[in-house]
Design a binder for this molecule. Structure first.
Ligand SMILES: [Fe+2]
Ligand SMILES: [Fe+2]
Length: 278
């Protein structure tokens, strides 16, 4: 895995156009920067789970370097758009308030039940991030953010492939069924409504320290904005990637049906959230 093709310094910063950025976009980018910037903690966990696989450990460390770069690039962009905001300050708040249990213990077994299961979960995260940055990149006209999103989305698609290849390597040894994989995949997707993104939104955007964290409130605040960038084509790709990781045939009738259901659900959720916020 090489990351020589793009650097933060090499971005076209002279074309930055703050007037093309609205507050909703700025808020979700600040939150995304924190989650990306925190990848080292996840790499520590993965290296523990794959403690006797030095090849995968090497790949994981390089993966984390790239994810941290995503956070640094998004953070640098947000700092330029809003000079009163600091990635490091927001990050300190995020790290102090969000530590998943499986990062804390020293267990060598995956919370997903197996190494294959762990890779299915990782494929879901890369599916989510690749589609998300593609969607934001398509939606924004701000040239630097567009460029950052294009680079990040390409990295996320490559990360998916990396974890997918590792999944196949371990499937041969562990034999996790297609439905077992699907269960883990759907479970991991449901976790996106968990604390990580909600807390990142809170840590990145709520500067009043007296304002308490509430998962439901900040989850809605994040999701309503995040979903609004998606188009049908992004969802179609998401479903294809989920199908592939679970061993089901993409571009089939079930794929078409699942895409329609997922798209309908997003539209419904967005509508529901907007109604609540009104
Ligand atoms: Fe990333
Ligand atoms: Fe990634």
């Amino acid at each position: 895995m090489t990351n020589e093709h793009w650097t933060i310094e090499g971005l076209k910063w002279d074309q930055l156009a703050p007037a093309l950025v609205n507050s909703d976009l700025l808020q979700v980018i600040k939150a995304a920067a924190l989650v990306e910037y925190n990848a080292e903690s996840y790499a520590d966990y993965l290296c523990r789970i794959f403690h006797d696989d030095s090849e995968f450990q090497k790949i994981t460390r390089q993966w984390a370097v790239e994810e941290v770069q995503h956070g640094a690039a998004l953070g640098a962009w947000a700092e330029k758009i809003d000079p009163s905001w600091s990635l490091e300050v927001a990050m300190a708040k995020f790290r102090a308030g969000y530590v998943p249990e499986h990062f804390l213990d020293n267990s060598k077994s995956s919370v997903r039940g197996s190494r294959s299961g762990e890779m299915v979960a990782r494929c879901m995260v890369e599916t989510g991030t690749s589609s998300y940055y593609s969607a934001i990149g398509d939606a924004t006209n701000e040239p630097v953010l567009k460029e950052i999103c294009k680079h990040i989305a390409a990295d996320e698609f490559r990360h998916y492939k990396l974890f997918y290849d590792t999944l196949n390597k371990y499937l041969e040894k562990e034999g996790l069924s297609r439905f077992g994989r699907l269960k883990i995949a759907l479970g991991r997707i449901a976790e996106s409504e968990d604390d990580e993104l909600s807390y990142a939104y809170y840590a990145a955007n709520i500067t009043n320290d007296g304002e308490p964290y509430d998962r439901k409130t900040y989850n809605k605040a994040y999701m309503s904005r995040a979903y609004s960038y998606y188009q049908f084509k992004h969802m179609d790709r998401v479903v294809a990637m989920v199908f592939k990781a679970c061993g089901f045939k993409p571009h089939s009738l079930p794929h078409k049906i699942a895409t329609k259901i997922a798209w309908w659900r997003i539209a419904l959720e967005t509508k529901k959230i907007k109604k609540l916020a009104a």
